[in-house]
Design a protein around this ligand. Structure first.
Ligand code: IMP
Length: 430
């Protein structure tokens, strides 16, 4: 297969970065199509840890082209910082190493200030956003007042639009959110640097992606966040502000419908979420704390401790169907070592009614009772496991049960943080 999308099937942080990095070895082009630096993909390469927020994970393989597509929202200052860090470590050097869409919208400092100001104002009802201004930037895009990278080309008209936006945003920041306004002169000045640094990367990325497709190149579409954070199909309003489904790969990159060969869904062997909102299988006992520590479950974007839960097959079926998933990569199986017994949620119950599928509109998801099945755990380390036969029988049974409950075959199983710590069952590019 030539065109493959990798998407999260839970609430983000499924370990997509590692899988994208693995698959990127076989890809020519790697494309981000939604979200912004609210995503954070952690990669461990040769013992060195990298956190990529905007640049696709293909950046850690020489000779690939990384594309930041039109569906993303990009904080230009964060992008420059990331480019500099990658370049200082020997990556992103080739001429074609990075292409940034003219049509992508910029996340400006006032978006961040609004995001944070609103969350503070919401108090206990806060969404728990990353505070990086993602929602306010997408709002401006839809309101047709956003600033795109294309606007940087004519800096005079860009400045006029920026100042107009800023006057409105500052009034809102001061009088509604009661926070400090953003000084116009400083922002205009810093945008001059942004212009100089980022214009060389600008491209008509939709044409670039299509040309790569026509030339028979292998293209990897790197989803960010996860299905349960999707603006339409997630746990609204506790979601992010973009569509995180594989379907968004088309609108967010310019790849025409029907040209995507396979979707690889990524799920952890258990579940996590950061921020507020319903979480049916959340573990409130010491087991949760243990998994958090074992799995290093602290947000890569914000450092916040992640909430921990059991694997949820109802949620998985919802996500796998919406994404038309071809295969499932299950990550962090090693973290479950020593937890005995293990639980898998097979259905929900509420008011005497059983739900094998997601309740319509995800209604009452904060009130459902998960119905669990218990499976025996294992105690042997999974270190060095490279085939299914290397796994203890209890681990194989756990995986088999997930396959039965989801109806999707396993394509990969993660047994550790490093690239090599992966059982590759089927690689969509081979
Ligand atoms: P925002 O995307 O910063 O607006 O945050 C909205 C919600 O999505 C919050 O609950 C965040 O914690 C969550 N979120 C956004 N991006 C990610 C991600 O990449 N991983 C996990 N949670 C995320």
């Amino acid at each position: 297969m030539k065109t493959v999308a990798v998407v999260g099937t839970q609430w983000g942080d499924e370990g997509k970065g590692k899988i994208v990095d693995l698959l990127a070895a076989d890809a020519d082009v790697v494309v981000r199509f939604q979200g912004g630096n609210n995503a954070a993909h952690t990669l461990v390469v040769d013992g060195r840890k990298f956190i990529l927020r905007l640049v696709p994970a293909g950046a850690l393989h020489p000779g690939k082209t990384c594309v930041i597509g039109n569906g993303t929202v990009v904080d230009p200052f964060a992008l420059i910082e990331e480019i500099d860090h990658l370049r200082a470590n020997g990556f992103l050097h080739g001429e074609n190493s990075l292409r940034l869409s003219y049509d992508a919208h910029m996340v400006m400092p006032y978006h961040r200030a609004i995001d944070r100001g609103r969350e503070a104002r919401l108090g206990r009802n806060a969404i728990g956003t990353t505070g990086f201004g993602i929602g306010p930037a997408y709002e401006d895009k839809v309101a047709r007042s956003g600033l795109r990278f294309a606007d940087l080309v004519d800096f005079r008209s860009f400045t006029a639009r920026l100042e107009r936006n800023l006057a409105e945003k500052n009034a809102y920041l001061k009088s509604v959110l009661k926070t400090k306004p953003i000084p116009a002169a400083d922002l205009v000045q810093s945008m001059k640097t942004v212009r100089k640094r980022l214009i060389p990367y600008l491209a008509d990325t939709a044409s670039f992606v299509y040309a790569a497709y026509q030339a028979g190149k292998r293209i990897l579409f790197e989803g960010a966040h996860g299905t349960m954070l999707d603006i339409d199909y997630g746990t609204y309003p506790y979601v992010t502000s973009s569509n995180c489904l594989a379907a968004a790969a088309h609108a967010g990159s310019g790849l025409p419908p029907g040209k995507l060969d396979a979707v690889l869904g990524i799920s952890k062997a258990y579940t996590t979420r950061v921020g507020g909102g319903p979480f049916p299988t959340e573990i409130k006992t010491a087991v949760g704390k243990r998994l958090r520590e074992e799995g290093d479950e602290f947000g890569s974007a914000t450092g916040r401790p992640r909430r921990i839960g059991w694997f949820d097959a109802v949620l998985a079926r919802h996500a796998l169907r919406l994404n038309g998933v071809w295969g499932l990569a299950l990550t962090k199986l090693d973290v479950l070592t020593g937890i005995d017994p293990l639980k898998i949620c097979i259905a929900y119950e509420r008011g005497g009614q059983r739900y094998d599928e997601m309740p319509p509109g995800r209604l009452g998801l904060d009130k459902v009772r998960p119905l669990y099945e218990e499976l025996p755990g294992w105690h042997q380390s999974l270190q060095g496991a490279r085939t299914m036969a290397d796994l203890p029988p209890q681990a194989r049974r756990y995986l088999e049960r997930i396959t039965e409950l989801t109806g999707v075959s396993l394509a990969m199983v993660g047994t550790g943080a490093a690239r090599e710590a992966t059982i590759m069952i089927s690689n969509p590019f081979r």
